[in-house]
Design a protein. Structure first.
Length: 317
């Protein structure tokens, strides 16, 4: 379920309000951290209800649980739909943020199994297409989304980013357009890679490669587990550099990876060991630098975060 427009929320004592949409979600606190919601028939869609709940958890970090209004939920399509999603009249903060409906594109995925001589990898879902994730970031007041990179439509943008001296210093891929187009096209034909373009309110800001660690070049360098995901990234739009945006997109792309495959328990990165700007920022979000190691082409740092810590650090679960 994707939100189509932004409508920032204002904090109430025990809830949130959208003045633009004339919507309120509030209730009574019981057992210390549980909000028992009050029924409001102006909330007419599941989309609205999810947005209000997301804002509720953001503005009230002490709320760890939500109980739906028992006496009236059955009269509302939105409340009934939410109960169908969680199969319950109540749910925790973790259950809410870890559910695919909170940002992930709903799609049916076919499976593939990659064969290697030296290792066995499990069956995995094939790649997505078009937009794969969209969610409103209440801290910066913008939507953040990721779309699968198009080797033709996104080529000019990708080429300009790769030729940015700051980016090329780390990626070393300031190649001609034809070579970069082949590079993107190849990523789309290998199901263990997913190339994405990131957007803030529909303005492209960066490139992200999501990969299965067991099928990647990093596999020989750490004791990977079956569904570990990895990430390569760059921010090409200078307007979206800085710690404020870093927190937003790093949280969002990590959230996407954990939602995309419920079995994924760890995310890894292998930046160059001297990329101190990235290391300083990412460790603030719960990632840790495990150690340094030698790739054939660079000295790298293994950086990782596990699922439980990610939700604890970034969604206060």
């Amino acid at each position: 379920m994707l939100f189509q427009q932004s409508f920032p929320l204002e904090k109430l004592e025990f809830g949130v309000i959208s003045h633009a949409q004339n919507l309120v979600l509030q209730g009574d606190i019981c057992f210390g951290n549980c909000l028992v919601a009050k029924f409001d028939d102006r909330i007419s869609t599941l989309e609205q209800l999810l947005f209000l709940l997301d804002g509720l958890f953001f503005h009230h970090p002490h709320i760890g649980h939500v109980q739906l209004p028992k006496s009236a939920w059955h009269t509302s399509t939105a409340w009934q739909a939410l109960i169908d999603v969680f199969n319950s009249e109540s749910f925790s903060r973790f259950e809410f943020f870890a559910h695919p409906i909170n940002g992930l594109k709903d799609t049916t995925r076919t499976l593939f199994t990659e064969q290697f001589e030296d290792r066995a990898c499990p069956t995995r879902p094939n790649n997505l297409s078009e937009e794969v994730y969209r969610r409103f970031d209440h801290e910066i007041g913008q939507f953040i989304s990721f779309k699968v990179a198009d080797p033709i439509q996104d080529l000019d943008l990708f080429h300009s980013w790769m030729h940015n001296p700051r980016v090329s210093a780390f990626w070393e891929q300031d190649w001609p357009k034809e070579q970069l187009q082949s590079y993107l096209a190849n990523k789309l034909t290998t199901p263990y890679n997913l190339p994405l373009i990131g957007y803030f309110d529909e303005q492209a800001f960066g490139y992200f490669e999501v990969y299965w660690a067991g099928e990647d070049r990093i596999a020989p360098y750490y004791p990977w587990q079956a569904h570990d995901r990895g990430l390569h990234l760059l921010v090409g739009n200078e307007s979206f550099r800085g710690s404020r945006f870093f927190k937003a997109w790093c949280t969002a792309i990590s959230h996407f990876m954990f939602l995309d495959c419920p079995q994924t328990q760890k995310i890894v990165l292998e930046p160059r060991y001297d990329n101190q700007r990235l290391l300083n920022q990412i460790t603030k979000l719960g990632f840790k630098k495990d150690y340094e190691f030698e790739f054939p082409h660079k000295r790298a740092a293994l950086v990782s975060i596990d699922k439980v810590k990610f939700y604890k650090e970034n969604f206060q679960c």
